[in-house]
Design a protein around this ligand. Structure first.
Ligand SMILES: [Zn+2]
Length: 154
């Protein structure tokens, strides 16, 4: 979405709720360039989203599947249902932004990028499933990456 204030195109969804009897979604967005907050209103009759699997098969995009995949990684962590939903919605946005088609790999990477900002433990758990970790060295490497790029504590 283009920021009405500075014209920047990078933003994040800070709040999302349905409106008009669930036929529309109202989203609060924050521009990553200037910090301006604005609201978008999206009708749900938009093009259907398609997921392209590794095999080349297509299936319908299912936000619930993303949420349940992340939910199991987030078990016991302090991630709220709202955060999970915002995460899944933002992956859905990404699919729409690139024309309504997204690969399972892109979904995995999009989830990882967002999960990493929310909770490191949930991130490593999800990564272990997604990336198919099969030996402890994989975990160590991933945690090393986290430490190398984590923002400094205040
Ligand atoms: Zn802006």
């Amino acid at each position: 979405m283009r920021c009405p204030s500075c014209g920047g195109v990078d933003d994040k969804v800070v709040d999302s709720r349905t409106a008009d009897d669930d036929t529309a979604i109202r989203r609060r967005r924050q521009c990553l360039d200037c910090g301006n907050r604005f609201t978008t209103f999206e009708r749900l009759e938009e093009l259907p989203l398609v997921v392209v699997k590794r095999s080349g098969d297509h299936m319908a995009f299912d936000r619930g599947r993303i949420m349940s995949g992340v939910e199991s990684s987030a078990k016991g962590r302090t991630i709220s249902a709202e955060q999970l939903e915002a995460l899944a919605l933002s992956v859905e946005d990404e699919a729409r932004l690139q024309g309504g088609e997204i690969t399972t790999e892109q979904i995995g990477l999009a989830v990882l990028a967002r999960l990493r900002e929310l909770d490191e433990v949930a991130y490593v758990r999800f990564a272990s499933v997604y990336k198919g970790f099969d030996d402890p060295g994989d975990f160590e490497r991933e945690i090393g990456l986290l430490k190398a790029t984590a923002p400094k504590a205040h």
